[in-house]
Design a protein around this ligand. Structure first.
Ligand code: XIL
Length: 382
């Protein structure tokens, strides 16, 4: 902050909006033109930033985005650079982008994102090496039980090796659990499981550690935050797998909790989930909130009311997970409602634009932004 008065105004903004949950016009630190924030210089000093609030507590704040959005939308790119110190590619490191053919690698789109992080002193995180989705078209006709292990380990050595020493963390495993598939080990019936059996998880982690011994290796999971018996069984399977990996000295350093939440859901982040986070911490694993957004397709039409409910969810969820000092990073899956996958996956039936992220489509901060800021302000240092 440049001076104490702008800082005081900022904090007042946070308290007014995230505390009482009413949307006050923000008269704080940002220079504004109409509804939009002006970005004379992305690195302008004196502008309060989520990354700064996070950093003061030993946390990282970041977003997922795509390279085309940064190169094609300078105002959005400036907002990303201003607010985030961690960036994750939304698609550029998935197999279907990286592997146009079985013999080739296309690093250019991801390298562009990496260059952006270097330009703006941000960290880069890798997503994702082993997932049942986003496999290239050639995969099904090419992968067999006899070549799958080398296909997987070659991919990992090459991709993790390409960014060795440059990644804050890697989502090595993504969404490997699915209790609905009714296996006793809780694993999802994924192509990788069919090809390699449950050992694919260990194989992938070991290959990643070999390619970059310094990387933080993460198992990222979805739909793990809810307080239902099905999701509790998923958490228990997760703990068992993690315990087994640790026992066998398999390199694993953290878990990702995606946190794609629903604004109308009231059974998130309860006692069982808290206990789970505690047990993860006791295993000396770090926790990253990797893909947070809050779906509003079932919320009222009035956008102010929707923003209020969404911001309350951000506030409740983050203040509770941040009580665990093992939580070291928070990422939202997008930064502004201008670009969000929710527009495609969960559009509103009334045709109104969805509003799941901290900034609106004009790049102005929403109550959700103040809720995140307040959660960072109020958490203890780690
Ligand atoms: C999503 C992207 O946001 C979409 O653009 C893409 O079409 C599909 O994948 N969990 C994950 C992310 O781990 O990789 C997904 O990203 C969202 C759900």
């Amino acid at each position: 902050m440049t001076n104490s008065s702008s800082r005081r105004k900022f904090i007042e903004g946070i308290s007014k909006t995230a505390g009482a949950m009413t949307l006050e016009p923000f008269a704080g630190a940002w220079p504004r033109t109409g509804n939009a924030i002006e970005f004379p210089n992305a690195a302008a000093p004196g502008i309060e930033q989520l990354k700064d609030l996070a950093e003061r507590k030993g946390l990282l704040y970041g977003t997922a985005t795509e390279h085309g959005k940064l190169s094609g939308d300078p105002a959005f790119a400036a907002l990303v650079a201003q607010q985030c110190d961690l960036l994750v590619p939304e698609g550029e490191l998935k197999w279907n982008t990286l592997r146009p053919t079985p013999d080739t690698f296309n690093f250019a789109p991801s390298d562009e994102l990496y260059a952006f992080t270097q330009q703006h002193r941000m960290k880069y995180r890798g997503h994702t090496l082993v997932w049942h989705e986003a496999l290239p078209k050639w995969f099904a006709g090419y992968a067999t039980q006899s070549n799958a292990e080398s296909l997987l380990t070659t991919h990992i050595s090459k991709v993790v090796g390409h960014y060795a020493g440059k990644m804050q963390s890697w989502d090595v495993i993504n969404e490997a659990l699915l209790p609905e598939d009714r296996r006793s080990d809780g694993l999802r019936n994924s192509p990788w499981l069919a090809l390699l059996g449950p050992g694919y998880i260990e194989t992938a982690l070991r290959a990643a550690a070999q390619a970059d011994p310094s990387a933080m290796l993460v198992w990222n999971e979805t739909w793990i935050e809810e307080d239902t018996s099905l999701v509790e069984s998923k958490r228990q399977s997760f703990l068992q797998h993690l315990g087994g990996l640790k026992k066998r000295n398999v390199p694993i350093h953290g878990i990702g909790i995606q946190s794609h939440l629903m604004g109308d859901q009231n059974n998130i982040g309860g006692a069982n989930f808290q206990r789970f986070l505690h047990e993860i911490s006791e295993m000396n694993l770090k926790i990253l909130i990797t893909e947070m957004d809050i779906r509003d397709f079932k919320l009222p039409a009035d956008s102010r009311e929707r923003d209020r409910i969404v911001s309350e969810k951000y506030a409740q969820y983050l203040s509770s997970v941040l009580q665990h000092k093992s939580v070291i990073a928070v990422l939202t899956w997008g930064l502004s409602d201008r670009y969000t996958w929710i527009a495609k996956t969960n559009p509103r039936s009334d045709g109104a634009a969805v509003r799941p992220l901290p900034f609106d489509e004009n790049l102005s901060p929403k109550p959700a932004f103040y809720a995140i800021a307040k959660a960072f302000e109020e958490t203890q240092r780690r």
